[in-house]
Design a protein around this ligand. Structure first.
Ligand code: 5IU
Length: 256
């Protein structure tokens, strides 16, 4: 029997993971928007119009051409208004001491506003320890990159397994994985899956898409992350509603 999001919340050591499971259950959406636009107003407009449909908004803060610190205040207001979490897709991948500064400092001060960040495990567990030093007291959560959607990536099954083992050592800070398929039956891990569109597809730079049904039902994912499938659509809001409904219905189907 598969557990509901609400049941899984009870198994989490990390308070943010618990909160996210409860948010998904209450808001009835397991959709994340990848808001990959290069202009602050465009991002805020997406956050305001699509915010009601999502549980997580994923950002790449370093692709904004016109970033100013006040943008963060505006984004935080929208996260509060529409009840979504902010996930900065920063993919930290350096030694612990460096990632700690990249996370807490610089012009972006990511730890101040991003509820969730992610990291590659390539450098070893120091990357998690460094991030935890800056984020744990702020009740942040970390996702580890266990698998990627892109063609010819180097994240082998053995790499994914070692990533899972590393996560287990830091289960008060790590909340789950960016992955294409579930790695274990432990109920507290959250699986977020990018590379999702309504039909199996590719772009011309190596991205490979699976459908929401495949991600959730066959591969055991919890949250689908959709970027261009929504933001490049003629009507992004109605497209987001479409993805939301498919993803939620598929989750309900997976419980039966
Ligand atoms: N992303 C992937 N695949 C991965 C990882 C991250 O696509 O394996 I890790 C990011 C890149 C982009 C978003 O920000 O997820 C997907 O956007 P599209 O749905 O537009 O392809």
């Amino acid at each position: 029997m598969k557990l509901s999001y609400a049941d899984r919340a009870k198994h989490c050591k990390n308070p943010l993971a618990k909160h996210l499971f409860q948010l998904i259950e209450n808001k009835k959406t397991n959709l994340a928007l990848s808001a990959d636009v290069t202009n602050c107003d465009k991002l805020l407009s997406l956050a305001n119009t699509i915010g009601p449909e999502i549980s997580v908004l994923k950002t790449h803060i370093d692709i904004l051409d016109d970033f100013t610190p006040s943008f963060i205040n505006e984004l935080q207001k929208l996260a509060e208004k529409h009840q979504f979490l902010i996930f900065e897709d920063r993919k930290f991948a350096d030694i612990g001491n460096t990632v700690k500064h990249q996370y807490a400092g610089g012009i972006y001060q990511i730890a101040e506003w991003a509820h969730i960040v992610n990291a590659h495990t390539l450098p070893g567990s120091g990357v998690i320890q460094g991030l935890a030093e800056a984020g744990k007291d702020k009740q942040r959560g970390l996702l580890l990159l266990a698998q990627m959607s892109s063609a010819n990536n180097l994240l082998t099954p053995d790499y994914s397994k070692k990533t899972l083992e590393m996560a287990r050592e830091f289960d008060e800070f790590v909340i789950g994985f960016i992955a294409q398929t579930k790695l274990s039956d432990e109920p507290h891990w959250i699986y977020m899956t990018p590379g999702v569109q309504l039909s199996e597809n590719k772009d011309n730079l190596g991205q490979q898409y699976i459908t929401p049904q495949k991600a959730i039902l066959e591969n055991g994912s919890d949250i689908i992350i959709v970027g261009r499938g929504i933001i490049a659509a003629k009507d992004p809001v109605s497209e987001a509603q479409k993805y939301r409904k498919i993803a939620w219905d598929t989750y309900l189907q997976s419980l039966t």
